[in-house]
Design a protein. Structure first.
Length: 182
């Protein structure tokens, strides 16, 4: 009987612990809440972005695409349009400070030129799940695939299609970003 009670208690404990895991790659067990883990200063470690646009009109279709990879210091962008390829590289850093009071500050530096943005953030889905974060009226929103105490990964995907006067336009934007706490 003791074994059955111990096994049942162990199974219930595992279920409760596993149900605390929110993101697909979250740690198995964390003693900090998602609010406590996300608060702090984060540095962009890596990023991959893909954007493609397709215009269709009079039976003709044209596609442009941009692939961007960031390695922690340099962004390499590859732009493809009409069979032509253009590759650009530049230095880049991004730091995000997320505060417990619901505010944030982002400092980006691209080729020596710095810009600062600040505003408000919140959890987009319910207050229990906390897997999607939004910044300033959902201008930027991201699924948090992994949130550890010292590392997090955001993923996103947006697609839009519009048609007007026989011209259709489709845009796809997707990517992922990995941050580490500074």
């Amino acid at each position: 009987m003791k074994k059955v009670l111990l096994l049942t208690g162990f199974a219930v404990t595992l279920f409760v612990i596993q149900s605390c895991k929110k993101g697909a790659d979250d740690p198995f067990l964390s003693l900090k809440t998602r609010d406590a883990r996300i608060a702090g200063e984060w540095i962009l470690k890596s990023q991959e972005l893909t954007e493609s646009s397709t215009y269709s009109y009079d039976g003709i279709s044209e596609t442009e695409s941009t692939n961007s990879k960031y390695d922690g210091a340099i962004v390499t962008e590859t732009f493809v349009s009409g069979g032509e390829t253009d590759i650009t590289t530049y230095s880049y850093t991004k730091k995000i400070e997320i505060f417990k009071d619901g505010s944030y500050k982002i400092v980006e530096t691209a080729d020596g030129s710095m810009s600062t943005t600040s505003g408000n953030w919140w959890w987009l889905n319910d207050s229990k799940k906390k897997t999607r974060i939004a910044f300033d009226d959902d201008y930027g929103s991201f699924d948090i695939q992994m949130l550890k105490s010292n590392e997090m990964t955001w993923v996103f995907s947006q697609e839009s299609t519009s048609t007007s006067s026989g011209v259709s336009f489709t845009s796809v934007f997707k990517g992922n970003m990995t941050f580490v706490k500074s």
